[in-house]
Design a protein around this ligand. Structure first.
Ligand SMILES: [Zn+2]
Length: 338
């Protein structure tokens, strides 16, 4: 077999290469080099066979065919071995740390609202709600706010169309409740209100109020004071002091503003309380007789008091938040603190 390659040596070479293939890609490279249809080295030997003179054709052809068979078998065996050493299905790794569930939390305004609802609930107040889009009757007229009152200026309200606006106070719910119920009435109405104020650390276009109303025979200013003082101690802590100062609201007479001793300085005077030691937290008063008349109650028979406070403002005081905008920025770094 002069001039022909040494098939035995080729066989040793290719089998060694197959055994050395470390992965499927390396094995495929060996297969293409030797058995590739276009340029495989064994393929080239096969093509030589028909051209050989008869005495050489037989033995060489047989040797090349045996080489091809041996290589094909060895490739299959090596492929099976590689697959066996690669795990197909990865089991559950019980030592891996689990994915943590993100547990949500209640917004500080929601927390404050719920706490207020709970405190007034203890005193027998029921929660009622009303629409945020109101008519002028419920937002102004029923509350004894006449057309010439500055609070009705279109620039101070979000009018949606004639006589319809976003409510500027939750007092509207008082009127709606009294229109549909006879006394006794003991309700609170928490909710959103809207005013086109310039937004700054203390003002927002949208904020939250909680309105309260107690109407019954024989309700007096003493009931007003004791209910609100009890609320202040429950919400801000047992050591907080309260003070009432005469004030004016169109729908109550007499009217008052209620103050609590400054939570930051304990009453000594600081920047937050403008050195007075007191912070105003709500407006209140005995419901005016003409408000009762407007809803069909007999002011000679029943009396009652109403109060309204900003929930955001109470939450700022309680939690020590200095900018109301933080509540509405949706910054998780802030919200996660509550
Ligand atoms: Zn202070």
């Amino acid at each position: 077999m002069e001039g022909l390659p040494d098939v035995q040596a080729l066989c040793r070479e290719v089998l060694a290469r197959i055994d050395a293939a470390a992965d499927a890609a390396a094995l495929e490279a060996v297969r293409i080099e030797w058995l590739g249809r276009k340029a495989g080295r064994i393929t080239a030997l096969m093509k030589q066979i028909p051209a050989l003179p008869p005495p050489e054709r037989g033995p060489f052809g047989q040797a090349v065919n045996e080489l091809k068979t041996a290589v094909t078998e060895q490739l299959a065996a090596r492929q099976a071995a590689l697959e066996a050493s690669t795990p197909k299905h990865l089991g559950v790794d019980v030592t891996m740390p689990g994915r943590r569930l993100e547990i949500g939390r209640l917004h500080p305004i929601t927390q404050a609202t719920r706490e207020m609802v709970e405190i007034f609930g203890r005193l027998g107040f029921e929660v009622v709600e009303g629409p945020e889009v109101e008519d002028e009757w419920h937002n102004f007229v029923g509350l004894n706010i006449p057309p010439e009152h500055p609070a009705r200026d279109p620039l101070d309200n979000y009018y949606l169309k004639d006589h319809v606006l976003l409510r500027t106070q939750t007092s509207t719910v008082q009127i709606r409740v009294m229109e549909h119920r006879k006394p006794p009435v003991r309700v609170i109405a928490p909710g959103r209100v809207y005013r086109p104020d310039t937004v700054d650390a203390g003002h927002s276009n949208m904020f939250h109020q909680l309105e309260g109303l107690w109407v019954e025979e024989g309700v007096t200013f003493a009931d007003l004071k004791s209910v609100l003082a009890m609320f202040a101690r429950a919400f801000f802590g047992p050591t907080v002091k309260t003070r009432f100062q005469p004030s004016y609201f169109p729908f109550t007479e007499p009217s008052a503003e209620m103050y609590v001793s400054c939570l930051l300085c304990g009453g000594a005077g600081c920047a937050a309380c403008k050195r007075t030691g007191w912070i105003e937290i709500l407006g209140c008063g005995m419901v005016a007789p003409n408000v009762f008349e407007a809803v069909g109650y007999d002011p000679e028979k029943v009396t009652g008091f109403a109060f309204g406070m900003g929930i955001d403002r109470q939450a700022m005081l309680k939690y020590g938040v200095r900018d109301i905008r933080l509540f509405f920025d949706n910054d998780l770094r802030f919200l996660r603190q509550f």
